[in-house]
Write a protein that binds this ligand. Structure first.
Ligand code: FAD
Length: 394
């Protein structure tokens, strides 16, 4: 039986960072993962460039059944702390969108940095390791694994959520939590594309079309890119809205968010009377989308001139182009979701240290907890911050 001060299960974003921080505090650390390599999700994140944090971290960008839980950790280790670490390692990065920071080169820069930090403090990393059983013992915890038996004073669960099973995601962390009496709240895929029902699926002509749109769901609105896929709708505005979606809930899309369409049509009716409505709309929105939306309106609007529009026509056009309502049949699920909402109930975990309130020296960090960030680097910041908070207590 090999003994460690700290064993961390899950060598993803949170586990790797926690290992380095605990090592810096003089702890003898073992980091275990069942996958063939560490940080797989980091490698595939941000389109291969890893959106590792956001300049504008706010509490409004996080969701949890306890909306105060994440505040302490996020303030103990901020985006500025992680940016400094990235800079200290000479990793070049750039800002995209609204404060989203990406590597200039590759996401592997971040994984290499995290591994180097673990090696610097002589932390041990073992991959291909199946954890078969965990037991609480007098001195802490003992683990039976495919690589032998280990014991530790403190055990950290950093096995993430259910998203992308092909990348090694499992419900292992939830099972450990339940084993030790913790409540696991229902989970659902988030930051995930929506899929059409069968009727709309046939509209293959729109696949690949993108535009700027305002997508609203359950009183939350996002104005960003929207993309038609061969299965449904994706793009940042949709992914963000998906975090607020549940079965049966409608999604409303404004395809012309920068226009007051009613006013603009009334003005154009006077100023451009001979122009066809379709042409006018196509100067504001991509052609295929105009055709598709017009086809959902009465036939005469497909060929009408601006001068012939009556107020009822204008209202109907506004309803279809700016208040297009749709109840998605489903999401693409954990197969493509960036994150898992729900998870280990945070009311049984210390918000300052991530330690279990039920058992001493048992910690949960990262996505396994019921804390979910919005798209834009917020989820990695939660991984870094929660890992740091736990490491300070180890
Ligand atoms: C395609 C994609 C792109 C993303 N892009 C971004 C982005 O750009 N910015 C951002 O902020 N967030 C992004 N995310 C979300 C982000 O990757 C996660 O929120 C973050 O990785 C969570 O960190 P974690 O350490 O809690 O879990 P993970 O990083 O998922 O790590 C969990 C680790 O536990 C291991 N594990 C699981 N089960 C077991 C087991 N039974 N035994 C041993 N080990 C186990 C896994 O192999 C894995 O290494 C993206 C996610 C995806 C899927």
């Amino acid at each position: 039986m090999q003994n460690y001060d700290v064993i961390i299960i899950g060598a993803g974003a949170a586990g790797l960072f926690c290992a380095s921080q605990a090592g810096q505090r003089g702890q003898k650390v073992l980091l275990l993962d069942h996958a063939n390599r560490v940080g797989k999700k980091i490698l595939m994140s941000g389109g291969g460039r890893c959106n590792f944090t956001n300049l504008h971290i706010t509490y409004d960008d996080y969701y949890s059944s306890n909306p105060h839980f994440f505040k302490s950790a996020l303030s103990q280790y901020t985006q500025w702390d992680f940016i400094k670490l990235v800079e200290d390692h000479g990793i070049a990065y750039h800002e995209k969108g609204r404060g989203e920071l990406f590597c200039d080169n590759k996401a592997s820069d971040i994984v290499q940095m995290l591994v180097a930090e673990v090696q610097k403090v002589a932390g041990e990393i073992r991959t291909h390791c199946e954890v078969q059983a965990i037991a609480q013992v007098e001195a802490g915890y003992s683990l039976k694994t495919s690589l032998g038996s280990f014991s530790c004073q403190s055990l950290v669960i950093a096995t993430g959520g259910l998203s992308i099973p092909t990348m090694g995601a499992t419900g292992f962390g939830y099972e450990v939590a339940k084993q030790f009496g913790h409540t696991v709240l229902p989970t659902k895929p988030a930051l995930v594309p929506f899929v059409w029902d069968d009727r709309r699926k046939i509209n293959k002509v729109l696949s690949g079309v993108s535009c700027d749109a305002e997508v609203s769901c359950n009183d939350h609105s996002y104005q960003e890119g929207l993309l038609f896929t061969h299965r449904g709708l994706s793009g940042p505005a949709i992914l963000k809205a998906s975090s607020h979606w549940d079965y049966g809930v409608p999604v409303e899309i404004n395809y012309l968010p920068s226009l007051d369409l009613i006013e603009a049509l009334k003005r154009a009716r006077i100023e451009q009377p001979r122009k066809q409505l379709k042409n006018w709309l196509q100067s504001n929105l991509v052609n295929q989308l105009v055709e598709w939306l017009l086809a959902q309106l009465p036939d005469h609007l497909m060929t009408i001139n601006m001068a012939d529009l009556n107020n009822a026509d204008i209202e109907a056009i506004d309803k279809t182009f700016c208040h297009w309502r749709w109840v998605p049949a489903d999401t693409e699920g954990y197969r493509t979701a960036e994150v898992t909402m729900g998870g280990v109930d945070v009311t049984q975990v210390s918000s300052k240290t991530m330690e279990s309130a039920l058992l001493p020296n048992l910690y949960f960090i990262g996505e396994v907890l019921d804390v979910t960030g919005q798209l834009g680097g917020f989820n990695f910041q939660w991984a870094w911050s929660s890992a740091y908070a736990a490491a300070q207590a180890l």
